[in-house]
Ligand binder design. Structure first.
Ligand code: THU
Length: 156
């Protein structure tokens, strides 16, 4: 028998000014995207900005529906749009902005969806998370927050 500890590195920045120029402008794009979220039911707006390896930034925000499960989170709106428009480009970073004080990490379904693109392009996807406090969390790979995930290799 063996016990394994799984851990990951989380970088915490006091505010956006501490980010690299690339990360800061991506988070600024997520903040802008959040403003246009359609969240009349939860009133919890989320903005996401995806940076691709071709330099393009693709935006998303949560899109709710009167039939609640038909709505979609900001992260999946953004990464699915990126996959649809730039199918051959790897995602480098996803920035996520929420209205609550603390940064919010993506839900389980969004983690699974983002992980699919990490595996597809065999390239780590970093996450930048920020709430109203301005504190930013950065993790280096979506796999860090979705360990032991199910992926296409099981289907081969
Ligand atoms: N939401 C996101 O957009 N991303 C997440 O990772 C968590 C939740 C949205 C879904 C719904 O529109 C609202 O936030 C409240 O759950």
């Amino acid at each position: 028998m063996e016990k394994r500890q799984l851990g990951f590195e989380l970088t915490v920045y006091d505010n956006m000014d501490e980010l690299s120029a690339e990360d800061r402008s991506l988070m600024q794009a997520a903040v802008q995207a959040r403003e246009d979220a359609y969240a009349p039911y939860s009133r919890f707006k989320v903005g996401a900005a995806v940076l691709l390896d071709n330099g393009e930034i693709v935006l998303g925000n949560n899109q709710e529906n009167a039939s609640y499960p038909s709505g979609l989170c900001a992260e999946r709106v953004a990464v699915f749009q990126a996959g649809a428009v730039y199918p051959n480009s790897a995602i480098k970073t996803v920035a996520i902005n929420v209205g609550s004080q603390d940064p919010a990490a993506p839900c389980g379904n969004c983690r699974q969806s983002i992980a699919e693109y990490e595996q597809r392009h065999k390239s780590p996807i970093a996450l930048l998370l920020m709430g109203a406090s301005g504190v930013v969390y950065k993790c280096n790979s979506i796999a860090d927050i979705l360990p032991l995930s199910f992926d296409g290799s099981y289907l081969e």
